[in-house]
Design a protein around this ligand. Structure first.
Ligand SMILES: Cc1cc2nc3c(=O)[nH]c(=O)nc-3n(C[C@H](O)[C@H](O)[C@H](O)COP(=O)(O)OP(=O)(O)OC[C@H]3O[C@@H](n4cnc5c(N)ncnc54)[C@H](O)[C@@H]3O)c2cc1C
Length: 436
């Protein structure tokens, strides 16, 4: 267990900090760097249950610097995002990727009512992201920020005079202000804290979709535009495109598996594969109101049908209305093996009909814009589900939820990506700087 406290010893009992930040993901890092940029004298402690921050900063680490990618639009105006994105950029120092032939693809897309966004992007790659995280943590340590790693925060409180956290159910640390940024995986923790603190929240949005895997030849647009963001009129969008050395991966969630994707940096040899997600956002209304619960039902159903694993199906089989089998994946007609061999089956049994219909229509349009993506060998994996947050009822534009507690990042629904999470952390830090 790593346990480091601030180089600057607080004057009061050693457990007092001006600010305690729960979570060392981009939201927490953004808050800490902004606080120390603007007001260097404060004692700050960052706590994380992992040894190194998890999520997208560690995996793949694609950074998008164009609103609204990665931002929760109900909390962010374009102006607000564009004010903070340069600050995010200053710390993450991205190498922005060039694009080619954008107008050609945009024109083809427009004819079908599809929008292709022009997004400023950078990609670090899973093999190089640790070095980036290390650089950021070293920078914070050099500014006197303390880190308490591999320690789980089990509660957060606000007694009006200050706030604090409970670690592993037994140790209490007090801080003037607490920023809670536990990411999507901190969903249950955040929900418990909000219920205990009497903070109202809503949880009515979920993204459900598939991950598509094909060869580079079938989706050559990635040679021109690393992560092309298509918005289809059916409410479906492309998300998180990976190429170069790209793999589909499993993501464990509450006892079942979802799929996701990542790629190594461009310095590594390519594997000739591309993967990307096609997601549909579902906004729930009465009587079903929990996006998280819906995600759990859908995820469990898919894993039940897949014998404990997600499902995969070749486009050729899907078109013919038949399930894929293990043999399907060996036949010579199909030119590449899956990078994430899960259970060969029938997506039609697991994906809600309306979602599947909209995704299929979107895929057909994509195949007109980038001919080849619907090659019979292309694989569709399911489920890829993005759960967003129990969004708290915020008291101000700095994501304050009680007198001294702020909740930010993907877990609190203020962001949907690295740069948006980072910018959310800055907004909370700005709120703290205003009042103390
Ligand atoms: C596999 C994968 C790949 C992704 N790729 C990308 C990408 O390429 N580009 C992109 O923009 N986004 C990507 N994302 C999404 C991205 O990770 C998130 O948008 C972003 O990390 C959210 O930042 P955050 O600070 O809110 O939360 P996180 O980054 O999830 O950080 C939260 C931190 O809080 C800690 N924590 C949680 N609960 C507790 C607790 N109770 N006590 C102590 N610590 C706790 C966690 O260990 C974690 O380190 C990816 C996500 C995944 C899972």
């Amino acid at each position: 267990m790593e346990q480091e406290h601030s180089a600057r010893e607080p004057s009061e009992p050693s457990r007092d900090y001006d600010v305690i930040i729960v979570g060392t993901g981009p939201a927490g890092l953004g808050a800490a760097l902004h606080l120390t940029d603007s007001s260097p004298g404060r004692s700050i402690l960052m706590i994380d249950r992992d040894r190194i921050c998890s999520g997208g900063l560690l995996n793949d680490c694609k950074q998008n610097y164009t609103y609204p990618i990665g931002f929760a639009v109900d909390n962010w105006s374009r102006d607000e995002a564009e004010r903070l994105l340069p600050v995010v950029e200053k710390h993450l120092q991205p190498a922005i990727k060039e694009k080619q032939n954008l107008e050609v693809y945009q024109r083809r897309a427009e004819r079908l009512g599809v929008t292709l966004l022009d997004v400023r992007q950078a990609h670090v790659g899973t093999d190089r992201s640790r070095a980036l995280i290390q650089r950021l943590q070293d920078e914070l340590r050099s500014r006197g920020v303390g880190f308490l790693l591999e320690r789980e925060v089990t509660d957060v409180f606000d007694d009006g005079n200050g706030a604090g956290v409970v670690i592993a159910g037994e140790e209490t640390l007090r801080g003037g202000k607490v920023i809670v940024a536990p990411g999507r995986k901190g969903f249950s923790f955040l929900q418990q804290v909000m219920e205990r603190m009497g903070i109202d929240y809503i949880d009515n949005v979920v993204d459900v979709g598939i991950r598509v895997e094909t060869t580079l030849n079938n989706y050559p647009i990635v040679n021109d535009y690393y992560d092309p963001k298509f918005l289809f009129p059916e409410g479906v969008r492309t998300f998180c495109t990976n190429s170069g050395h790209a793999r589909v991966v499993l993501e464990k969630y509450q006892g079942f598996n979802l799929v996701n994707g990542h790629a190594l940096s461009e310095e590594q040899a390519g594997n000739n594969l591309v993967n990307f997600a096609l997601l549909k956002t579902i906004g729930l209304k009465d009587p079903v109101r929990s996006g998280q619960q819906m995600a759990v039902f859908l995820g469990r159903l898919a894993n039940e049908i897949g014998g404990g694993k997600p499902l995969m199906q070749r486009v050729g089989d899907f078109r013919m209305g038949k399930r894929s089998t293990a043999e399907t994946f060996n036949e010579d007609l199909y030119s590449f093996p899956p990078s994430c061999p899960v259970t060969a089956g029938d997506l039609g049994l697991a994906v809600p009909a309306k979602i599947m219909r909209h995704i299929w229509v979107a895929l057909k349009k994509l195949d007109t814009i980038v001919p080849g993506v619907l090659h019979p060998s292309t694989i569709m994996y399911y489920p890829e589900i993005k759960m967003y947050a129990n969004k708290p009822a915020f008291l101000d534009r700095h994501f304050r939820v009680s007198r001294n507690v702020y909740m930010v990042g993907d877990g609190a629904g203020t962001s949907r990506g690295i740069t948006g999470a980072w910018a959310s952390g800055i907004r909370a830090a700005e709120g703290i700087l205003l009042v103390s």
